[in-house]
Design a protein around this ligand. Structure first.
Ligand code: AVJ
Length: 313
């Protein structure tokens, strides 16, 4: 048996007095497929908002870069790249000389992305890197080509405040003066709109959370009966936090083979699975400044639900 980071995280998170499983473990193959379904739900507005920004404001974003050529567009956690394609297409139309450098931990994701991109934009120069952001960013830091780093989708919302500072200061260290960072932030808005995006009536977000239990069953011989758990989430408009949980529907003990032990769940006990923080402009600007960046511009969708915020080192 191999002990993976997932094994360790489950051992730790299910032994804690307030149980938790980090949202980074949502994205196995099955979870990634369910996330694609989430992005297609009408209630889940962030995807269409960011698509709108990168399609309709590509030229405005490009004009703010002010780079000598050639330059790199480096995407951190590239995913399917459908939103990024809009920006890349505009750059190609303008005849810009640049390389697209997607970085992702999953070789499979990178391969699918490469196939997609070269079909859509045959002339695009793609230089993929497989691995974690920081190691791969170090590789890039060696070259003196200007870089625009993309950290899209609102993924930053998954991090607690100290982790956000950690992440941004590590990005900062790897960047050269004049390099830019475009980060997607979901904005605070009517709380009902936000709650609907996470507590959907079709139960897709519930399936996304329950998949964590299926994943434990698949990958470490867990004996979870997923029907014995429910999903709960709430949005607190006072601090901008959506927090998601699994709820044990009865008092139960669940054995996990690879961990050679069982875990007890009280009736209605929670397992915290995700933070999805919603930001104000003041918070975004504060977090930029605190980590050494200067805010160049906020690019917004027409409803002002989401921003891609451009910063410079
Ligand atoms: C991919 C992290 C931006 O927090 O909104 C969607 C993931 N979770 N529905 C988010 C997610 C529940 C999503 N991010």
């Amino acid at each position: 048996m191999v002990t993976t980071a997932f094994h360790q995280a489950i051992e730790e998170g299910l032994s804690a007095s307030s149980k938790y499983i980090s949202s980074q473990f949502f994205y196995d193959d099955q979870g990634s497929r369910i996330f694609q379904d989430i992005m297609r739900m009408p209630e889940y507005y962030p995807t269409s908002c960011e698509f709108e920004i990168l399609s309709f404001q590509a030229l405005q974003i490009i004009n703010k870069l002010d780079f000598s050529e050639p330059f790199n567009i480096v995407e951190l956690g590239a995913g399917d790249g459908i939103k990024t394609l809009q920006l890349l297409r505009k750059l190609t139309e303008l005849g810009a000389y640049f390389h697209y450098v997607p970085i992702d931990i999953s070789a499979e994701a990178i391969q699918a992305l490469e196939e997609n991109m070269s079909r859509e934009l045959p002339s695009l120069s793609i230089k993929s890197l497989v691995g974690d952001y920081f190691t791969q960013m170090e590789v890039l830091a060696q070259s003196d080509i200007p870089c625009l780093f993309l950290f899209l989708g609102g993924n930053i919302g998954n991090y607690e405040a100290p982790q956000v500072d950690d992440l941004l200061s590590q990005f900062y260290e790897q960047m050269k003066p004049g390099d830019k960072l475009l980060t997607g932030f979901d904005l605070q808005k009517n709380p009902i709109t936000i709650r609907r995006a996470y507590d959907d009536s079709q139960g897709i977000t519930k399936a996304f959370n329950i998949n964590l239990l299926h994943r434990i069953n698949r990958e470490m011989g867990g004996m979870f009966l997923p029907d014995q758990f429910d999903f709960y989430c709430d949005y607190n408009p006072k601090n901008g936090e959506v927090r998601s949980y699994l709820v044990s529907l009865k008092s139960q003990d669940v054995y996990i083979e690879d961990l050679e032990r069982s875990f007890h769940f009280d009736q209605n006990e929670l397992i915290w699975t995700e933070l999805s923080r919603k930001y104000t402009f003041a918070e975004i600007e504060q977090v930029a400044r605190k980590n050494g960046f200067k805010v160049v511009n906020h690019f917004l969708d027409c409803k002002h639900y989401f921003t891609d915020s451009l910063w410079v080192k």
